[in-house]
Design a protein around this ligand. Structure first.
Ligand SMILES: [Fe+2]
Ligand SMILES: [Fe+2]
Length: 235
């Protein structure tokens, strides 16, 4: 079901109940019944969830790429890199973090202000690596001469982004949030939704989640029970 912004929900409620006089409290109740609002930081963090799932796919594949590059589904890996490009780099990083989050955090006092410059440099390095991944996965198979450097680049990318997203979730986003009231955050959340709709249509997040699910399927990584840890040895 497409996510609706507060404004859209309100407009819908007003239209469908045009003949009835409704109090603001009733409007709010109708709104909360329809779909829970996704806050701005929740939005950013669930985007990280999609990107982390792409990183998990990358991490699973790195050794196989190094050892048996011809056995890798190059088209599915290409699709993962395309998802990281459009949803991660072009949207989440460029349109949200670099436009809305980092400029504010940069001006703050304290620990968080040190992060934006480093994080932007990492965004740029990430783009270079994604360009490379897209180039070497564009054919039906990964050529053997690309196997070792691609595996290395993927492992470096995964390590960088695991650190990157974890710092954003725990230091940068919470610091950014301190600058706003709840009402302002609601408005920003709607703004983020508008950007998402402009870039991807009605279901940006839902489509990205489906895409990563399909990629996991293609590599036999969809069933998470395979990742349940074995029992530890007896001490
Ligand atoms: Fe970032
Ligand atoms: Fe991020």
């Amino acid at each position: 079901m497409p996510h609706q912004t507060r404004r859209e929900l309100l407009a819908k409620t007003i239209t469908t109940t045009a003949a009835t006089l409704i109090a603001p409290a009733a409007l709010l109740a109708a709104e909360s019944k329809n779909e829970p609002e996704v806050t701005a930081t929740e939005d950013l963090m669930r985007e990280h969830g999609v990107l982390r799932r792409a990183l998990l796919v990358y991490a699973e594949l790195a050794d196989k790429i190094r050892q048996q590059p011809a056995s890798i589904d190059a088209a599915a890996l290409h699709k993962a890199a395309q998802l990281f490009r459009t949803f991660g780099e072009d949207y989440h990083e460029k349109m949200l973090e670099e436009e809305h989050i980092f400029p504010i955090v940069r001006k703050m006092k304290g620990e968080a202000a040190k992060y934006p410059d480093i994080l932007v440099a990492q965004h740029h390095r990430g783009r270079e690596i994604t360009d490379y991944m897209l180039a070497v996965t564009s054919g039906p198979r990964i050529a053997s001469n690309h196997a070792a450097p691609l595996a290395r680049a993927i492992q470096d990318f995964v390590l960088m982004y695991q650190n990157h997203a974890a710092r954003e979730d725990t230091i940068v986003f919470p610091a950014w949030k301190e600058n706003f009231t709840s009402r302002q955050l609601d408005e920003i959340s709607d703004q983020f939704e508008d950007i998402e709709h402009k870039m991807f249509g009605a279901d940006g997040f839902e489509d990205a989640e489906k895409t990563i699910g399909g990629i996991e399927q293609a590599f036999g990584l969809a069933d998470i029970s395979q990742f349940t840890a074995p029992p530890p040895p007896k001490p």
